[in-house]
Design a protein around this ligand. Structure first.
Ligand SMILES: Nc1ncnc2c1ncn2[C@@H]1O[C@H](COP(=O)(O)OP(=O)(O)O)[C@@H](O)[C@H]1O
Ligand SMILES: [Mg+2]
Length: 1025
């Protein structure tokens, strides 16, 4: 019930006619045709009238208007039906098919192309490359199939001479992922013969008119079709076909589809071979049959890549196996002609089937796994040869018309019969609408034993000479009483029928007179084995592959092949079964006139088509009937969310009650009927409205589900995190524990170890315990040190303290601190044994006088005096004083410097009383150099620093600076006093109040360190090497 179209264009749906009568139907059809409205609905069936002119209604903008729309939202169009089929497939996961019917030239092929274009245009919004590839292949394949399968007939310049059913496979997202083409009975007799005004298949003319000269030369053919017997009838016909341009388009398409260069060349060679075959003539010489134009044989040999004598032999002889013997039987010229024609037809048919199978290889669905990708659904498009009546109707027309009977039967079954039966079954009040059921004609053709095909097959099975007339006699006896069959014998007065030649069938679409001439041959469809072997043995692998049965040896008994009629019948039955298993959509094409005029609406011609297509009955059934029916559970499943009574589950006694409740709630009660198992919805509008409400609710449900699901996910994630954390903690505890356990194990016997665990390797701690490990290590170190020092004597303790102090002060800043040896401190006695007695004397004297407790250090030194002269002296450092002594005068003390301020002064050397009294004399610091020399500067508070270099040591060159520094520091520390220690070079000091520097310089030939004066102070020259 299309809208959005003004009434001036007539009624967009025949259901809206005021009266369903032929007059009104025709008036509406005519009005719409004249107004350029070529499409009209009968419910969901599209009636299409061939406009015979280019219509501007297939562009991108129009596609957009129909995309995703419901049927009745837009003016009638093929696109709407294509969209409906697509939606049904996508929404309900249903396989659908679009059946396009109508007589030859009514516009079926064009319609199928527009439908394909539409589907291609609305799918694959994401531009997936693979899907684009598939779509391109599907569209391109058309062009190739039309070149080889279509021809100009008297009814249609581009008449399909084969049936085509194309399945398009879609993935769960609704994108095309592949396809498959079934082809039906190619009218191959056209290869060798065409009626007046007709042409052979386009491919021949395309080759002659479009191929470059070089190609033509290599194929040994010339441009003029008149030169070839097989195609000369249609060679000079005028039409708007542009063969030259089509040749290029087809060649390109073949390339795009994926035909190899070799394959394309072979295609051309086969076409050329067929043309040459047509020009072969046979003659007789005595009783020998021969080829008159033998030159052609070598051309054919070259094109077929076989041996020349084999070509000739295959054309002139037939190998026959009689029991074990194999003999070669020569053909008569008649047989040779028959063989040649059969070869030409068979080669072309094979070529065509091979092209289809190559296309199928390429577009076939790949890598689809229903488990992963969901069900793959199919839209089938059927474009089959239309019903036709020619001047001379032969076996092919008979098959074609039978095919149309079958399709009409399917239409009747699905649209008229099933629907009415269903209303009855479901108990819906219904007044039966009568229609003509063509099952009787279908039976006439295909019934076992009695049908025309059966009679034909029977005739073919007879041994001996079987003629077409015998077949006709068979028909006459078997079908004499059949209402739809007649012949001259049965109705002798009918002059339109020829005796022994014609029979007439009253088809649903009209009477057709068939001539039985050729029926037997065409049905047997014999091709001598010799040809099959010839082609199989070609060195052209593409050609060879088309003839696999050529490999059978002549003696191998093969089953009698099925006849052409049986093959065709079987293929039709399976086609109809296939269509019936899908949800069908119909396009009914009507041809407005026989002269391809865009203006002419031949009333009678159209009326006839409307009548035999059963369109009026269609309208009646549709009008009284219902647009949609669904079982109650299914209906509920789909729409239960739009009513509170049914969502999420109803508590009514039955689904039927629930559906009633739901529909009453929506206010649709008047537009529906309740059957026993199904609910019937009259107008599509109601269904659409239900769909709309559902879509709205689905959004909410989706939101709700999302909400719940998100919550669930979050909770799941939270629980996982918690678990991970627990595991983490346990693991960490475990790591810590095992670390501690390991430390315990390794250090268990640390007390009894010789080195108290110094050698023990620490285990690697977990990251968190790095600092803990440091602490542990330091605890161990301390404990270890403590165990070392706790057994020391007081003397040893002092020494260790001194060494520690020395190490702290000098570590890294001076080499050789002498830590390894014992620090004796009081070295003078050892170094100068000869004078030791005097030193001991002076020392005890001083101890008495100055009351010192112990000697910290003593040593011989070289010293700079006030007059910049160096002299030998000795120093003695006690816990209270630093004494400078003169070794040459029995160690007479020459100077005494308190280590720090004393309150009580017991001994004052002469001439220094003033300074001492003021308390300014005291040692404030030490300076040593970073080198190995034994230089030391004692800084005093009165700026009269004492600059000395230790010397005369035993053993010689013993390094004592470390000991001196360490001992003094340690002592000062124990007295809680500060002593400044500098390590520097040069050393800054004050002599007699003047600042100066002391530099250490190695000198060659210097046997002992000694001081000399320099400009800024002094140089201590040390032995250099
Ligand atoms: N929708 C259309 N728009 C324009 N011309 C059309 C249309 N349908 C058919 N024709 C014309 O009619 C001719 C025959 O149509 P075609 O589809 O080949 O018929 P069929 O397949 O039914 O035998 C086409 O070649 C074209 O010229
Ligand atoms: Mg066609």
């Amino acid at each position: 019930m299309a809208e959005h179209e003004s009434l001036e264009f007539g009624k967009a749906d025949f259901v809206l006619l005021d009266n369903v009568s032929m007059e009104e139907f025709m008036a509406n059809l005519k009005l719409r045709f004249e107004k350029g409205r070529i499409y009209t609905y009968i419910g969901e069936v599209v009636v299409s009238v061939n406009p015979y002119r280019a219509m501007n209604i297939y562009g991108r903008d129009v596609i957009e208007q129909y995309k995703g729309r419901e049927l009745y939202e837009r003016p009638p169009h093929l696109f709407a039906i294509a969209d409906a089929a697509y939606k049904a497939m996508k929404r309900r996961n249903k396989d659908t098919c679009i059946v396009i019917s109508g007589e030859s030239g009514a516009g079926k092929t064009e319609a199928s192309k527009y439908i394909m274009q539409y589907i291609a245009a609305i799918t694959n919004p994401n531009q997936r490359a693979e899907v684009e590839r598939v779509k391109n292949m599907l569209l391109k394949s058309n062009c190739v199939l039309e070149a080889f399968g279509n021809a100009k007939t008297n009814r249609n310049d581009n008449s399909s001479r084969f049936g085509k059913y194309m399945d398009i496979n879609f993935d769960f997202k609704g994108d095309p992922i592949g396809g498959h083409i079934n082809n039906y009975l190619l009218e191959k007799s056209r290869v060798i013969f065409q009626q007046e005004g007709e042409r052979s298949f386009h491919s021949f003319y395309q080759l002659l008119r479009g191929a470059p000269d070089s190609l033509l030369r290599s194929l040994h053919i010339q441009k003029d079709p008149k030169a070839y017997n097989f195609i000369k009838v249609g060679g000079q016909l005028k039409s708007c076909i542009n063969d030259g341009a089509d040749f290029k388009a087809v060649a390109d398409a073949m390339k795009v589809i994926g035909f190899t260069g070799d394959e394309i060349q072979t295609v051309y060679k086969i076409l050329a071979t067929i043309l040459h075959l047509g020009n072969l003539t046979f003659g007789v010489d005595g009783d020998v049959t021969l080829i008159e134009n033998t030159k052609l044989v070598s051309v054919i040999r070259e094109l077929l890549s076989t041996k020349e004598e084999n070509v000739e032999k295959a054309l002139l002889y037939r190998t026959v196996a009689t029991g074990r013997d194999v003999i070669e039987k020569q053909h008569t010229t008649q047989e040779a002609n028959y063989g040649r024609d059969a070869l030409a037809k068979a080669m072309y048919e094979r070529l065509f089937c091979w092209i289809v199978s190559r296309i199928n290889d390429i577009i076939e669905v790949r890598n689809y796994d229903a488990k992963i990708h969901g069900k793959n659904t199919v839209i089938g498009v059927l474009d089959i040869y239309g019903f036709e009546i020619f001047q001379n109707n032969s076996f092919e027309q008979f098959c074609i018309n039978y095919c149309n009977e079958k399709l009409q039967q399917l239409f009747i079954q699905l649209v008229l019969k099933q629907e009415q039966d269903e209303y009855q079954r479901e108990g819906i009040p219904w007044k039966h609408i009568d229609y003509f059921n063509n099952q009787i004609i279908v039976d006439l053709v295909e019934q076992q034993h009695k049908g025309i095909f059966a009679v034909l097959d029977e005739a073919c099975m007879n041994v001996g000479k079987v003629t077409d007339e015998v077949f006709l006699q068979g028909l006459n006896t078997k079908l004499a009483k059949h209402a739809h069959y007649t012949s001259r014998k049965l109705s002798p007065t009918d002059k339109s029928l020829e005796f022994d030649r014609d029979f007439r069938i009253r088809h649903y679409a009209g009477d057709v007179v068939y001539s039985v001439v050729g029926f037997i041959d065409k049905n047997k469809d014999t091709l001598f084995q010799d040809f099959k072997r010839l082609l199989y043995n070609s060195s052209n692998s593409v050609l060879k592959a088309m003839w696999p049965e050529g490999k059978l040896r002549i003696t191998e008994v093969t089953k009698r092949p099925l006849t052409a009629a049986t093959l065709f019948k079987n293929s039709m039955i399976s086609l109809v079964e296939n269509l019936a298993s899908k949800e069908p959509y119909y396009v009914r094409c009507i041809k407005p006139n026989d002269v391809k005029s865009p203006l002419l609406f031949e009333h009678e011609r159209c009326r006839h088509q409307v009548e035999y297509l059963g369109l009026l009955e269609n309208v009646r059934v549709r009008r009284a009937g219902f647009a949609n029916r669904q079982t109650y559970p299914r209906f509920l499943q789909r729409y239960k969310m739009i009513s509170e009574f049914t969502w999420p589950n109803h508590d009514l006694p039955s689904d039927k009650d629930a559906v009633k409740r739901l529909l009453q709630g929506c206010g649709f009660d008047h537009d529906v009927a309740y059957g026993k198992t199904k609910v019937f919805i009259r107008t599509p509008r109601t269904l659409f409205s239900l769909e709309e409400q559902r879509a709205e609710m689905v959004q909410r449900i989706v939101l709700f589900l999302q909400k719940v699901w998100r919550g669930t996910i979050a909770r799941m994630r939270y629980r996982r995190m918690r678990a991970a954390l627990t595991i983490l903690q346990a693991y960490r505890r475990y790591k810590v524990k095992s670390y501690i356990r390991e430390v315990n194990r390794r250090f268990k016997n640390v007390r009894s170890m010789k080195d108290h665990g110094r050698h023990v390797k620490w285990p690697t701690p977990p990251k968190v315990l790095r600092r803990f490990e440091e602490a542990l290590k330091s605890i161990h170190s301390r404990w270890w040190a403590w165990t070392l020092i706790k057994g020391l004597s007081p003397e040893e303790t002092l020494q260790v303290r001194a060494k520690v102090a020395g190490l702290e002060a000098l570590k890294g800043q001076r080499a050789d601190l002498g830590l390894q040896r014992a620090w004796e401190g009081n070295y003078l006695k050892r170094d100068s044994p000869d004078t030791a007695a005097s030193f001991t004397l002076v020392s005890s004297d001083l101890q008495r006088k100055d009351k010192f407790m112990r000697v910290l250090f003593s040593c011989n030194v070289r010293k700079i005096n006030r007059f910049h002269k160096s002299e030998n002296r000795a120093v003695l450092i006690t816990d209270r004083h630093l004494y400078k002594m003169d070794p040459l005068k029995q160690y007479k003390p020459m100077k005494s410097i308190p280590l720090y301020n004393e309150t009580v002064l017991s001994w004052i050397p002469s001439g220094r009383a003033d300074q001492l009294m003021s308390g300014v004399i005291q040692v404030t610091g030490l300076s040593v150099s970073p080198g190995k020399d034994q230089l030391v500067v004692f800084h005093t508070k009165d700026s009269r620093d004492l600059v000395v270099c230790l010397q005369d040591m035993v053993p010689a060159n013993e390094s004592r600076i470390g000991e001196l520094v360490g001992t003094l520091l340690s002592h000062f520390k124990s007295e809680k006093r500060k002593l400044q220690v500098n390590i520097a070079s040069p050393i800054q000091c004050s002599m007699n109040g003047r600042k100066c520097t002391v530099i250490v310089e190695p000198k060659i030939n210097q046997s002992q360190p000694d001081f000399t004066k320099s400009r800024s102070g002094y140089i201590l020259a040390v032995p250099g090497n």
